[in-house]
Design a binder for this molecule. Sequence first.
Ligand SMILES: Cc1cc2nc3c(=O)[nH]c(=O)nc-3n(C[C@H](O)[C@H](O)[C@H](O)COP(=O)(O)OP(=O)(O)OC[C@H]3O[C@@H](n4cnc5c(N)ncnc54)[C@H](O)[C@@H]3O)c2cc1C
Length: 453
Amino acid sequence: MKSSRLFSTRNGQALLCVFRNFSISTSRHREKHYKLVVVGGGAGGCGVAAKFTGKLGTGNVAIIEPSLYHYYQPLWTLVGGGIYGMNKSMRPMDSVIPKDVDWIRARATAFDPDDSTVMCSNGELIKYDYMVVAMGIQVDLHKIKGLLEALETDPAVTTNYASAYVAKSFPAIKDIRGGNVLFTYPTTPVKCPGAAQKIMYLTEDYLRKSHRRNGVNVQYNTALGVIFGVPRYAESLLKIVEKRNIDVDYKMNLEEIHSDRKEAVFRKLDSDTGETKTVKYSFLHVTPPMSAPDVIKQSPLSDKSGFLDVDKYTLQHSRYQNIFGIGDCTNLPTSKTAAGVASQSGVLRRNMTAVMEGNHVAQKEYTGYTSCPLVTGYGKCIMAEFGYDGIPMETFPLDQSKERLSMYHMKKDVLPEIYWKFLVKGYWEGPGTYRKFMRLGMGHVTKPSEARV
Ligand SMILES: Cc1cc2nc3c(=O)[nH]c(=O)nc-3n(C[C@H](O)[C@H](O)[C@H](O)COP(=O)(O)OP(=O)(O)OC[C@H]3O[C@@H](n4cnc5c(N)ncnc54)[C@H](O)[C@@H]3O)c2cc1C
């Protein structure tokens, strides 16, 4: 019998809470016990750990996180566009993880929710009373043939979606001298879907400003049938691509890259015969396919899609009441963004506290709020904000579907400050309160009960 099972009763759990950071060595692995374990120390994980360490006390909360650096990924669009250096988007992980939280520097390798344990790559078995899964989304670079090789060897192929390659983007943009400049969007869910085209608008603007736009064919190849999922913002984007002579090709899925010949091969998704189209490129920005982290897919925690199966309003796991989820690794039917994470963190705080105190979970309902600052050039941004079913939830008392300099500064200067100073420290739970105040209760706002339809 495993030593942790000796304490698996309700009383035993209470006893374990007395022994903070309980640790036993066995012949197979070391075991530890925490009141709360957070898996993933990204945007969602750090904020949640910070909120709960105050309530639960030093040593009762642990974060399992393998990376030495924490990244503010929304800045990668601006790094790719040459506005900031990569360093500005990253901080050492130990400077971001709250000081009273134990950092387990390892990957979670297996979940056993029936035993309330997580196995880690360093050989430790972590037992928990409550767990928050915040592992982000997996970027599947290997699923496009030739992409990894092209990213490593071809200076003209890049992606803002992986930390190792973001810094390649701006030098590649500066090298464009003509030809087909391609941007792609895959068939899978991705984080910040808008980022696939934000870098395109920056590139096009850069070419225009440096008098090199003539002779360049800028093309957006998307596997979707629309330019953006929310009609209010799609309408604005369609006007922009038309005005700026950007080609949009729908239902085109990038399948293969031949970097030796500078060719990209797309599958035409609306062709009955499985037709492909090969396009020569002089520059290629890839938005790779993404999926749930393998360790979630392979566990009882996932739904059919592989993502963490949570209730879309309460964020509690659909089958395990002591597990909650936040952010990109969940099956929440809304766009995966840090803005969404902020809003979810307030819901999770209220609902998990209620469960810990033995109350009903639905103290607060998530509206699906998410936001995508659609940078459309140097000094221009459409601030898309919406909830479930694409219902706009705009914060400011102005038409946010229009390009604005003020929203560009919000994205470039204000949101990074909010992220580092408030979100990862557990203080920022989204703009809900400000929205009510600024719009005086009017405007494009949906209530959870309306979103249920
Ligand atoms: C190019 C780009 C532009 C973006 N632009 C915006 C934007 O403008 N606005 C916006 O709001 N959002 C934007 N985002 C999206 C935003 O960054 C993510 O939605 C947000 O970071 C999600 O937070 P998370 O905590 O779910 O995941 P992450 O922040 O990705 O954190 C996940 C953490 O889990 C860790 N992890 C992974 N596997 C394991 C494991 N096995 N065990 C333990 N830990 C593990 C990872 O190391 C990581 O630290 C953008 C993202 C990209 C890539």
